[in-house]
Design a protein around this ligand. Sequence first.
Ligand code: ADP
Ligand code: ADP
Ligand code: ZN
Length: 210
Amino acid sequence: MSRLVMLGPPGAGKGTQAKRLSASMGIPQVSTGDMLRAAKKAGTEMGKRAEKYMSAGELVPDEVVVGIVKDRLTDADCAGGFILDGFPRTVPQAQALDDAGVKLDVVVNVNVASELLVERVTGRLSCGGCGAMYHKRYNAPAVADVCDSCGSELYVRRDDTEEVFGSRLAAYEKMTAPLASFYADKGLLKEIDGVGSLDEVQARLVKAIS
Ligand code: ADP
Ligand code: ADP
Ligand code: ZN
């Protein structure tokens, strides 16, 4: 069970859990959000194009993300498995993965009620150095605004505002939520409750994929 997809709304804890699982299983986390932010930081044309959508809380066009994921999955470190985090986000993206011959073992849908998501997202602190995630209240760093793991400064993502979150949630409901039945029909879907401590959610995740 080593070709996994983490599905769920923005702020459900996909990245947090994918990172933990990546460390314990020794397979890479493949996050389209992280790759798009890295492209933006590097100032590539693709990064600039993606930024317009990301800052508005809209999805980046399918052909852009499908291209970067297909490329990434051909890297040697993905040969033994991977954890897709934030991809696929639309049925055409899922179809493109299928068409590319990528076989998945399990798709985990992390469930968190929308009232809780807004608080998670607006309290999120992200590490610019290693990509670790913190939360102002639920998972605060030992020293304010400094990453426990790598010592880099933490920042608030530009799209982690209440206003942009509204658009992101709407995009999720319209475009991404239908993926649950897409994968259920293929017999790949596992549902987990994403509310609880990080350890509790991790235990549910490990159980769901084993
Ligand atoms: P996603 O990748 O699904 O958007 P993240 O993993 O970045 O979600 O988590 C969103 C925010 O919620 C972060 O600030 C993170 O620290 C926090 N968080 C993650 N899991 C939990 C949890 N089980 N309980 C409370 N807060 C959480
Ligand atoms: P979250 O952690 O809240 O789920 P991500 O970091 O995964 O957010 O994504 C941030 C933004 O990047 C999204 O709002 C969207 O604009 C873009 N993005 C990331 N992954 C995809 C994807 N698979 N398809 C389209 N857009 C994406
Ligand atoms: Zn860090």
